[in-house]
Write a protein that binds this ligand. Structure first.
Ligand code: MF3
Ligand code: CO
Ligand code: CO
Length: 301
C-alpha cells in the first residue's frame, strides 16, 4: 500500500501549446475593450443601483455555473484547453461573452492556474496529473456587466499540505469578505486576510489584487489582500461591488512571469491557491454575486 504524501511537491508545471482562439457568435454582445487596443475605457461608480446589481448577479451566476461545469471534467489526463472549451461553450450557450477572451490580448476564455502558478495560467495542452491542484478563474459578460469568480479543484488524490492550503485560502477569502463593512476602509479586507495567512506562515501575494467590477472588468478600485494601510483607504459604501480574491502560497510571494507575458508562478515553485467572489456590500452585511445555481457546490459563508 502506498501512503499519500503529507508534503506538497515543488512545481514542475510546463507551458504547453495554446490552441486557436474560440469563436463567439455575433449575436453575443462584446465588452467595449474588444473594439480598441489597450486597457478598458469605462467610467462607472463602484456603487451600483439594484438593477445593475441584479445584472451583475446574472453574469456572476453564469460565470460560476460555467466554472463548475468545467470542473466536472477535471481528472488526470484532461487538458486545461478542454476545461477552457467547456466553460466557453457554457457561457456562449447562456448568452454571455467570456470576458478574458481578447482582454488586453489574453487568448483564452478562462484562466487555469496549476500548482505553482499564482494566477493567469493560460489553458493549453498540458494534461492534468494525479495530485495537481488547479484554480479555474471565470468571468462572464452579459447585459453590459461582468461577474468574476474563481475556485480551487484537485486532480485525483492530493497531499495533505495542498489540501490544507486550499481549505485555508477559502477561509481567508470568506474572512476578507466578512470584514467588508460599510464605513470601514477597503484596506480592512487585506488586513484580516494577512493576519489569517500568517497564522499558517503562508505567503500572502501583494501584486495581484481584487478590484471593482461591473460595467468594467477592472474598474480601477483596488482591493489589496494584505495590510496596505494607510493606502487604499476608500470608505466602503452600501451597494459597492468588488471582488475579493486572495492568493496564498506555501513559500515565497516572489514570482516569475512566463514568456507568454501573463502567467505568474512562484519563484520557489511552491504551490499556491486562490478563491474569488464578486460581492455587493449591504447596510447590514454582504451578498455573494457569484454563487453557482447548484446549492451543493461553491464557496459559501
Ligand atoms: N479574472 C481575473 C481576475 O480575477 C482576471 C483575468 S485577466 C486575464 O481579475 F486576462 F488574465 F484573463
Ligand atoms: Co477572476
Ligand atoms: Co477578479
Amino acid at each position: 500500500m502506498t501512503e499519500l504524501a503529507s508534503r506538497a511537491p515543488l512545481g514542475h508545471t510546463i507551458q504547453g501549446r495554446i490552441s486557436p482562439r474560440l469563436n463567439v457568435p455575433n449575436s453575443i454582445e462584446r465588452p467595449e475593450y474588444m473594439f480598441h487596443d489597450g486597457p478598458e475605457r469605462i467610467t462607472a461608480s463602484d456603487v451600483k443601483d439594484e438593477e445593475t446589481i441584479e445584472r451583475i448577479r446574472e453574469a456572476g451566476t453564469i460565470a460560476a455555473d460555467a466554472m463548475y461545469e468545467a470542473a466536472k471534467a477535471i481528472k488526470p489526463g484532461v487538458t486545461t484547453d478542454t476545461l477552457d472549451r467547456i466553460a466557453h461553450e457554457y457561457m456562449v450557450d447562456n448568452g454571455a461573452y467570456p470576458s478574458t477572451l481578447g482582454y488586453m490580448g489574453y487568448p483564452k476564455s478562462i484562466c487555469t492556474s496549476v500548482n505553482e502558478v499564482i494566477c493567469h495560467g493560460i489553458p493549453d495542452d498540458r494534461p492534468l496529473e494525479e495530485g495537481d491542484i488547479i484554480n479555474l478563474d471565470v468571468t462572464a459578460y452579459k447585459n453590459g456587466v461582468h461577474g468574476d469568480t474563481s475556485a480551487m479543484f484537485t486532480v485525483g488524490e492530493v497531499d495533505e499540505e495542498s489540501r490544507l492550503l486550499i481549505e485555508r485560502t477559502a477561509q481567508a477569502t470568506l474572512r476578507g469578505i466578512r470584514a467588508a463593512k460599510v464605513g470601514r476602509e477597503i484596506n480592512v479586507i487585506g488586513r484580516v486576510i494577512e493576519v489569517y495567512a500568517k497564522r499558517f506562515q503562508y505567503g500572502d501575494v501583494h501584486d495581484f489584487t481584487g478590484h471593482g467590477v461591473g460595467e468594467a472588468f477592472h474598474s480601477g478600485l483596488i482591493v489589496p489582500h494584505y495590510d496596505a494601510a494607510p493606502l487604499y483607504n476608500t470608505v466602503i459604501e452600501p451597494g459597492m461591488v468588488f471582488t475579493v480574491e486572495p492568493m496564498l502560497t506555501l513559500g515565497t510571494i516572489d514570482y516569475d512571469i512566463w514568456d507568454n507575458d501573463w502567467t505568474a508562478s512562484t519563484k520557489d515553485k511552491g504551490r499556491t491557491a486562490q478563491w474569488e467572489h464578486t460581492i455587493v456590500v449591504r447596510e447590514d452585511g454582504f451578498e455573494l454575486l457569484t454563487l453557482p445555481s447548484d446549492p451543493s457546490v461553491g464557496l459559501r459563508p
